[in-house]
Ligand binder design. Sequence first.
Ligand code: PRP
Length: 183
Amino acid sequence: MSDRVIPPRLSIEEILIPAERIRHRVAELAEQIGRDYQGRDLVLVGALKGAIMFLADLSRALPIPHRLEFLQAASYGNGQSSSGEVKVADVTGDLKGYDVLLVEDIYDTGLTIRTLLERLRAKHPASLEVCTFLVKNHPHNVPVPLKYTGFHVPDLFVVGYGLDYAQHYRNLPYVGVARKAEG
Ligand code: PRP
């Protein structure tokens, strides 16, 4: 028997944030970050895997020099809601003395960002801030400082633009509200 992951069947009930709105907002954020970090040693640290689309678009729109580094966080398994446990692999690259901007796809319970900030702080950056593409209106999230945010979304099951369901659907160019298909 094969152990390949079979793409789960989902139906997209609604396109919450179309690709064009995403492009426009990413350009705005890049302009703002470019102004704020002008003349500084900026490193964007992308949280794998969810942040890849946002990071790639943000980086290409950013008008100032910067490095890209990565770390991997995983909390969800194959389900729709957080397991409460966040596993983190070590960050690539040296961050000591650099201005670090953690780039995430979504702030949901906040546990991932909180854990990643602790991990990054231990690398002694000159400064440490967060840029998250989405902020979910979760009823019990832990507070973390968010310097840049893309969009606020309701507490629904969202996929696309990096956000997955069972490792699929990250490639959708929009953010959609999903529902598991029947049968
Ligand atoms: C998702 C998402 C965020 C995190 C947000 O990651 O990409 O990193 O959960 O949830 P939280 O605010 O409740 O902690 P996931 O663990 O699914 O890994 P992925 O990035 O590889 O999809």
